[in-house]
Design a protein around this ligand. Structure first.
Ligand code: 5AD
Ligand code: SF4
Length: 448
């Protein structure tokens, strides 16, 4: 009988996309996907190292799984992803918790490492690669509406707080052709939305094709399919990319553009390589080129040496940009990074207070921005019933906002509908269906 694999995924969307690649590789070798942990012969945790609390959560989980392994000694436990390189010694030699540790560039050899572990040895593969993109692997995906496609791996930016260049290695891009083919396959399976993923998609390069070329090529595959992308670095976001978004109606008007801090002094210490003036100009330019574009961001509170003035500068930028959404974090020192050598001198209670102020401000801005949408019409991709009631459907706008509206007899999951907004909280819009919507008829409507 074939062995069954269960993978639990932590962290960013790249990790979720990697889990699908891993399952693709294992299925090719005859493994089956287990429906639950109790059903599995091999349990793998695809891990995240970005902040200390992510790693602590995974250690906690490993503690639980160890109990399961004590009851079922033939069970294999493995670590995949970003914690692999960093903690292999700790996990395998010192804590002796796991049988397998396999890093993000060694997934092709995972079947081999599993065999080694079944034979009673430790399966360890943590080397990083300059070329591995898993271009030829078909990820294992359940049927659905939305899919992630990773188009590049690694990061060369070396922001001083960030562990990613160390855990995921150097930047490398997949071929444009293989990404377009994957979009085509997903379209044929009925998917309605793809998100192109990379730590810094703007440095995508395949021969002479840059990220704007890739985005346009994907958008042309099926005009009824929404194309999203993340993450953009403010230094590399080109005018060409902004025009490409504007000229293709099915590329979403939504840019995730991490600012991290509003203070030039802190941005420099973070090695973000842009000033806040450059960042704000970019936002202004994008708003001119793409009417209605929305922005989300990442913000770190309490980076080393951050003063009250620096913190106020961050709040000021948030007020100026008026983000539609933000991912907000307390600074967490990561071993191996440049910032790790700086003193973590902002006390935890100060970090907590600043973070709370950032969260409160974003909540107010999100609420106000959503109130401004009352009376407006939004195109929504219907994703299913709302969480609270089967009498209501839910979906998302082009700008990634959740909309809830009463169901209508001929409207199905995967349809696009125009919804008139009549109520809003900071997190959700509510409205009524006005009409069915087809992207095919609205091609290039927003072309400037
Ligand atoms: N501490 C806190 N936040 C971090 N991020 C990355 N590294 C750290 C860290 N050491 C945040 C950044 C990044 C997002 C993915 O995670 O805001 O954009
Ligand atoms: Fe980390 Fe900076 Fe690269 Fe983003 S751009 S993954 S924050 S090093």
């Amino acid at each position: 009988m074939n062995s069954k694999i269960y993978i639990e995924t932590y962290g960013c969307q790249m990790n979720f996309a990697d889990t699908e690649i891993v399952l693709g590789i294992l299925k090719n070798k005859g493994y089956e996907v287990a429906n639950s942990i109790d059903d599995a012969d091999v349990i793998l945790l695809n891990t995240c190292s970005i902040r200390d609390n992510a790693e602590q959560r995974i250690y906690g989980r490993l503690g639980n799984l160890k109990n399961l392994k004590n009851q079922k000694p033939e069970l294999l436990l493995g670590i995949l992803g970003c914690m692999a390189e960093r903690l292999r010694k700790d996990l395998i030699e010192e804590k002796k918790i796991v049988d397998l540790v396999v890093g993000p560039d060694e997934y092709r050899r995972l079947p081999e490492y599993i065999d080694i572990a079944f034979n009673g040895e430790k399966g360890i593969g943590v080397r990083l690669s300059r070329t591995e993109t898993y271009d030829d692997i078909e990820p294992h995906r359940e049927d659905g509406l939305s899919a992630w496609i990773s188009v590049m791996r690694g990061c060369d930016k070396f922001c001083t707080f960030c562990v990613v260049p160390f855990t995921r290695g150097r930047e490398r891009s997949r071929s444009l052709q293989s990404v377009v083919q994957e979009v085509q396959n997903l379209s044929e399976r009925g998917f309605k939305e793809v998100t192109l993923l990379g730590q810094n998609v703007n440095s995508y390069l395949d021969c002479e094709n840059d990220f704007a070329d890739l985005l346009e090529a994907c958008a042309k595959v099926d005009r009824n399919m929404r194309i999203r992308f993340t993450t953009s670095h403010p230094q590399d976001l080109s005018d060409k990319l902004l025009y490409t978004i504007a000229e293709n109606s099915n590329i979403c008007n939504y840019i995730h553009l991490p600012v991290q801090s509003g203070s030039n002094r802190i941005l420099e210490l973070m090695n973000r390589t842009y000033t806040i003036e450059h960042y704000l100009n970019l936002i202004e330019k994008a708003r001119k080129i793409i009417p209605g574009v929305s922005f989300s961001t990442d913000i770190i509170a309490g980076f080393p040496t951050e003063t009250w003035q620096d913190h106020l500068a961050t709040l000021e930028v948030m007020k100026q940009v008026r983000y539609d959404g933000a991912y907000m974090f307390k600074y967490s020192p990561r071993e191996g990074t440049k910032a790790y050598r700086m003193e973590d001198d902002v006390p935890d209670e100060v970090k907590t207070k600043r973070l709370q102020e950032i969260i409160d401000l974003q909540q107010t801005i999100s609420y106000q921005k959503n109130q401004e949408l009352i009376g407006k019409e939004e195109v929504v991709l219907v994703e299913g019933f709302s969480r609270k009631s089967d009498e209501f459907l839910a979906g998302r706008t082009d700008t990634n906002k959740v909309v809830v509206f009463p169901k209508f007899y001929n409207i199905a999951v995967g349809d696009y509908v125009t919804v008139k907004i009549n109520k809003a909280t900071s997190a959700t819009l509510f409205g009524e269906i006005v009409e069915n919507f087809s992207f095919k008829e609205s091609l290039n409507l927003k072309c400037v």
